[in-house]
Design a protein around this ligand. Structure first.
Ligand code: AMP
Length: 367
């Protein structure tokens, strides 16, 4: 059965969706303002802004179903496409996840634990919020924050000065600072008829606020807890597709940080490391196909590559190492690709990850 999937956004996530869609005989067509977008070689592309509703209508006319690859897509674009063809995840999920206040209020409604929060729309509201929540605390923009951007940690009273102006005098949210043990994410998928599957919980390690390492945890004691929280959110939003739910772990409890209504960097390991990748399951869900098995195959770790290119020849010579090149020009801090390392057992994985990291250090200038 030949189908066409419209994807708003043609970056690396769109590209990995197109690569997963191809064996299912699903062709992709993209909408993206960048002419040299990373996914443009993998399907036709409409070059237009994400908020161009006319282009969105053209995309809908060319596709049987549609999705988007990241949160910067306006919910109105998804809603416009959904008037013509199935478009998932739903615009409501996008609108909720783009606004930290709406998102955290939803978690509260669903009895999912969150840090203490307060709305902050002015410097005087910030002072009042800090009196309530205490220090340290994290001040974040309500919208358009990612990879640690648009936020400021407040540790001392002096840090409050000008904090609202520093973040651009936009609507903000203050969160209590959580001294978490580690950060976990739960990548899950839901179909239109309510089938739900959840990959192994992923342990995530960040460098300078950007994800560096993701490793699925076989038989994590909080797996059931996390799956229950994701399921509650997915049912509330009548969600279809893959979602990543990021948590802070404190001892044996979880606290919600945020959701991403899309395929997620902490799920890239599933391409080689799971029976069905997050990209294939997302495509399947959005196109109305049965979901695939989410079991992990052996031991897996994913490493992000930023800044400069790694020793690619070195990586390609290593057993169990898979290099994904996003075809992007090097720039400090820019995500250029990722490496998935697989092995039959954790001990072999550790050796292979160490060898792969040697190749990443080459060009990053990291000691
Ligand atoms: P976010 O953009 O909200 O995912 O935040 C980026 C990173 O900042 C998270 O992955 C955490 O490492 C850290 N962070 C965010 N919120 C908090 C918080 N309330 N307490 C402690 N650390 C936080």
């Amino acid at each position: 059965m030949k189908k066409t999937l419209g994807i708003v956004g043609a970056g690396q996530l769109g590209r990995m969706m197109a690569l997963a869609a191809a064996p299912l005989n699903i062709r992709c067509v993209f909408l993206d303002p960048a002419r040299d977008a990373c996914a443009s070689a993998y399907g036709d592309q409409l070059v237009a802004d994400y908020d161009d509703l006319e282009a969105a209508t053209v995309l809908a006319g060319q596709a049987d179903a549609a999705t988007f690859e990241f949160e910067n897509v306006p919910p109105s674009t998804v809603a416009a496409i959904a008037e013509q063809i199935p478009a998932y995840p739903p615009a409501l999920a996008l609108a909720t996840s783009r606004d930290r206040w709406l998102e955290k209020s939803m978690f509260q409604r669903l009895n999912i634990p969150i840090p203490p929060i307060a709305r902050v729309d002015s410097q005087s509201a910030l002072v009042a919020a800090v009196q309530d929540i205490g220090l340290p605390a994290v001040l974040k923009t309500r919208t358009m924050g990612y990879d640690g951007k648009g936020q400021k940690v407040l540790r001392h009273a002096a840090d409050l000065e000008n904090a609202v102006a520093e973040l651009g005098n936009v609507p903000l949210i203050l969160e209590g600072f959580i001294a978490f043990d580690d950060e976990l994410s739960c990548v899950a998928v839901r179909s239109a008829d309510g089938d739900f599957k959840c990959y192994d919980l992923v342990l995530n390690e960040h460098q300078d606020g950007i994800l560096y390492r993701s490793a699925p945890q076989a038989t994590h004691s909080l797996q059931g807890h996390a799956a229950d929280y994701v399921k509650r959110v997915m049912e509330e939003l009548q969600y279809v597709g893959v979602m990543a739910f990021e948590f802070f772990r404190l001892g044996d409890s979880l606290m919600a940080n945020e959701i991403a209504p899309r395929v997620h960097n902490s799920g890239h390991w599933t391409i080689e490391g799971a029976e069905t990748s997050q990209f294939e399951n997302h495509v399947r869900a959005v196109c109305g196909l049965p979901l695939g098995d989410v079991a992990t195959r052996g031991a897996v770790t994913m490493l992000n590559v930023f800044g400069g290119h790694p020793d690619i020849g070195g990586l390609l010579r290593l057993p169990g190492v898979h290099w994904h090149d996003y075809d992007k020009a090097p720039r400090p801090g820019r995500k250029l690709g990722h490496v998935t390392v697989t092995a039959a057992d954790p001990a072999t994985l550790q050796i292979r990850v160490a060898a792969a990291e040697q190749c990443l250090r080459n060009d990053r200038g990291v000691a």
